[in-house]
Every structure is written in structure tokens, then in C-alpha cells.
Design a protein around this ligand. Structure first.
Ligand SMILES: [Zn+2]
Length: 346
């Protein structure tokens, strides 16, 4: 769109200049008559505007990209609003957060969801999507394409079918343009998908096969890890993906099995966000993970302490705004698991 306008403006300038050049030799002969008869007659073609004033329907240059880590309790829900108002929802929290997700979307002026992403089919990521479908038109759906036989996931797939929402299966290497300056690169899941023989029987393949996205706008980038852990991080590093990002949405709610020191060196974020519930029994975020983030001097905000977190960027710089303040001592303190992470929250 921006490019088109630029071309139109350049063409208008060229037309204006050409017309003036053609008119020049005639000016001497016609000047007197023209001045007397028509006073203000101009040889310029009818060009509405050739100066640098913004054209009426031209999109405002720049503008802020906004990212909200919604306060969904134990789960993930991330809303992205592009400078031109396109909306992307990456996960929608657990079922019980559905009403709050809808309220948050409304509060941010969302009218429809241009792209909804289910990073993987666990309930703490897709449970809230039913309420979103009930309230908003969802224009496209990006899914990890995993086989997962839970009632929540099957209901979601039925919802997509009933709404005739175009379904896209995420494949590493895809690039999804939201608007000319804003795009997502798909870094996960890999092809073929991870199996338990790759990652061990005590780990979750659904997590390992999370959709991983790198959002870029100008020189700003943010990496969304879903619930991906060490294996996925290692695979991306081996694949040579451009992992550099200003902000990291930490994988798997800060699980001790995710966010390795090596991975943090590769991403080199200045800032990280952990989406995690206040009363989770799984030990998210783990002390080990918090120590790795602290050691790498990455400023961190957690939804369990700060509520909804807003990040905004003009494509060059970025800033973050928590809803509530937390002390550094609170931020760097991990939680203790009360029950086994895998059996209850795979
Ligand atoms: Zn999760």
C-alpha cells in the first residue's frame, strides 16, 4: 500500500515537471494574452497535490505496533495490533479466561481477528478461543497441525469448520505478511514434527511442536515461543534461523526445560515476557529459568506479578508498560512445583 502511494506520488511529480517543461517555450508567446485574458491560467496539468503534504487516504507513516500479553492466568494469550490496525491473537488462554480475553480485546478496540494462532493444542492456549469465535469474526486460523484427541481441540476444529475460517497449517519457512512493514516468520514446528523418540517419553511433543513465530516491524523484532523447550530451541539454532529479537516471549511459562543460556545468547533479547498464572502448581516460572534470564541481564516482566503487559514499538525503539509494578526480588523469584509438570500440564 505504502509502496503504491509512493509510486503514485512520484508519477504525479513527474507529470507536473513534464508539463512545465512542455509549456516553457510557449510561455513567452502566450504570456501577455494569457495574463490579460485568463489572469491566473496555469500550464500545469490538473494535479491535486504534488507537495509533501500527506494525501488524504495515505496511511500515517510509522505508527506504533502494539503487543499485549493478556492476563489470562495460567496460559498464554497475546494480542498484536499493527500500526494500520490489523489484529493477531496468539493463543487465548484457558477456557475460564474466555470472557476476560473477549473483554480485553474489546477494550483495545478490536473489531475482528485477522489472524488467530493456536501455538499448540493444549487447553491453556486454546480454551478461551470458543468465546473469541462467538464474539468476533476470525478471518484466518494458523494451527500447528498436530493430532490431539481432546474434546477442547476437537470442538475448536469444529468451530473453525462451522465458521468457514480459512485454516493454515504452520510450516517452518513460511512468512506471513500482516501489512507491508509487519510480518511473521514461522520458525516452528519442524517438518517432520518431533516425536517422543526425538525428545524422550517424559516430555510433551505438543509443546516441542509449538508454532514459533518471529514478528518484525522495521528493526524491531519479537520472538513468540509458545510452549517450545530446549529441543525446539536447539533445532532452530542448528537450522541457522535469524533468532535475534528485542523481546522474547519466554517458552512454556518459564519452565525449567526451556530457555537455555545458549538460546538466550543467540536471541540476545533486551527484554522478556513470561505469561504465567499466579496460582499454578507446576513451578512456573522455574528458579533455574529466572536465574538464566537474570544472568543474561534481560529485563523481565511476568503476567502473574504485573497483570497485562503492553509493548509498543515505532519500528526502531520499543518500550513496555506493566499494569502493576513488581519488585526485582519478586521478579527473579521462581516458584516451587507442587505437582508433576508433565502429568498435569504436559
Ligand atoms: Zn502452556
Amino acid at each position: 500500500m505504502k509502496k503504491d502511494w509512493l509510486q503514485i506520488r512520484l508519477l504525479r511529480r513527474w507529470l507536473a515537471n513534464s508539463a512545465q517543461a512542455v509549456c516553457a517555450p510557449r510561455i513567452f508567446g502566450l504570456l501577455l494574452i494569457a495574463l490579460i485574458a485568463l489572469g491566473s491560467l496555469s500550464c500545469r496539468p490538473k494535479v491535486e497535490q504534488v507537495n509533501d503534504q500527506p494525501l488524504p487516504d495515505e496511511p500515517a507513516p510509522g505508527g506504533n505496533l502494539r503487543i499485549y500479553a493478556l492476563d489470562v492466568g495460567q496460559g498464554d494469550g497475546l494480542l498484536i495490533i499493527s500500526p494500520q490496525g490489523k489484529t493477531v491473537l496468539i493463543d487465548a488462554g484457558p477456557t475460564e479466561a474466555g470472557d476476560e480475553v473477549v473483554a480485553a480485546l474489546r477494550a483495545h478496540g478490536v473489531k475482528q481477528i485477522d489472524l488467530m494462532v493456536a501455538t499448540h493444542p493444549h487447553a491453556d492456549h486454546i480454551g478461551g478461543m470458543k468465546k473469541v469465535f462467538d464474539t468476533f469474526r476470525v478471518r484466518k486460523f494458523l494451527d500447528s497441525g498436530q493430532t490431539y484427541g481432546t474434546a477442547t481441540y476437537e470442538k475448536l476444529l469444529r468451530e473453525i469448520q462451522d465458521n468457514k475460517t480459512p485454516y493454515i497449517k504452520a510450516v517452518r519457512g513460511q512468512s506471513i505478511e500482516i501489512e507491508p512493514d509487519v510480518k511473521f516468520d514461522v520458525y516452528g514446528p519442524p517438518t517432520p514434527l518431533f516425536s517422543n523418540s526425538d525428545i524422550g517419553t517424559d516430555r510433551s511433543v505438543q509443546n516441542a511442536n509449538s508454532i514459533v513465530l518471529r514478528l518484525s516491524y522495521g528493526s524491531f523484532a519479537m520472538l513468540f515461543m509458545g510452549d517450545a523447550e530446549f529441543e525446539t530451541e536447539a533445532r532452530m539454532m542448528t537450522a541457522g534461523a535469524n533468532l535475534r529479537a528485542n523481546v522474547l516471549k519466554v517458552g512454556h511459562h518459564g519452565s525449567r526445560h526451556a530457555t537455555s543460556g545458549k538460546f538466550l545468547t543467540a536471541v540476545a533479547p533486551q527484554f522478556s515476557i513470561i505469561s504465567v498464572g499466579e496460582n499454578n502448581d507446576y513451578g512456573h516460572p522455574a528458579q533455574l529459568t529466572m536465574d538464566r534470564l537474570k544472568k543474561a541481564s534481560i529485563k523481565t516482566l511476568r503476567t502473574d506479578l504485573s497483570g497485562e503487559i503492553e509493548i509498543f514499538s515505532d519500528g526502531k525503539t520499543f518500550d513496555a508498560r506493566p499494569s502493576r509494578k513488581a519488585t526485582l526480588a519478586q521478579t527473579w523469584a521462581g516458584r516451587q512445583p507442587v505437582r508433576n509438570e508433565l502429568t498435569v500440564n504436559p
